[in-house]
Design a protein around this ligand. Structure first.
Ligand code: ZN
Length: 167
């Protein structure tokens, strides 16, 4: 069996993300590749799909529509929280992400702005509605460990630290 990106593989990549206009939105840090466990929704589905079957050293240009990325831009209600409900040292500025607990489990929210004692947040990902243009290079590939498969994510540098579990 050739070693290519597929289910139960831990994949290490470096990437640059741009929008359709070519503006850079994000990139992996030098010497800090992104690690993901294939088949466990660690990265946006449209990108994972286009990395399947690739090998170490391959470079991939992937265009991902919002539907396979961070979702369509929707009208959603902003949520308001008192400033006091955040940790005192929390950096609260536009685009900062945090998790809130709901009945359905943890949910990500993004700060829109701070208005006096109120923090206005949105559940809409900042990249919702954005066509994602990835340039990806595959650096490493290995089989996932049992523990990683149970957790649904990669461990080690660039992934989750095994002792950093939320559960
Ligand atoms: Zn874990």
């Amino acid at each position: 069996m050739s070693d290519v990106v597929g289910e139960k593989k831990v994949v290490s990549i470096e990437y640059v993300l741009r929008n359709a206009a070519g503006e850079e939105l994000d990139r992996s840090q030098p010497d800090h590749p992104l690690l993901f466990l294939c088949g466990s929704h660690n990265i946006v589905p449209g990108l994972e799909k286009q990395l399947l079957g690739k090998a170490v050293g391959d470079e991939v240009d992937a265009v991902v529509p919002p539907e396979e990325g961070y979702g369509p831009k929707m009208k959603v209600k902003d949520l308001r929280f008192p400033r006091s409900s955040f940790p005192a040292d929390a950096k609260l500025e536009k685009g900062v992400q945090f998790m809130t607990r709901t009945e359905k489990g943890p949910m990500p929210l993004w700060v829109k702005k701070v208005q006096g004692p109120t923090v206005i947040c949105t559940p809409l990902h900042p990249l919702a509605g954005v066509e994602l243009h990835f340039h990806v290079k595959i650096l490493e590939l290995r089989d996932a460990t049992e523990e990683e498969l149970q957790h649904g994510h990669a461990h080690g540098p660039g992934g989750h630290h095994p002792h950093d579990e939320e559960e």
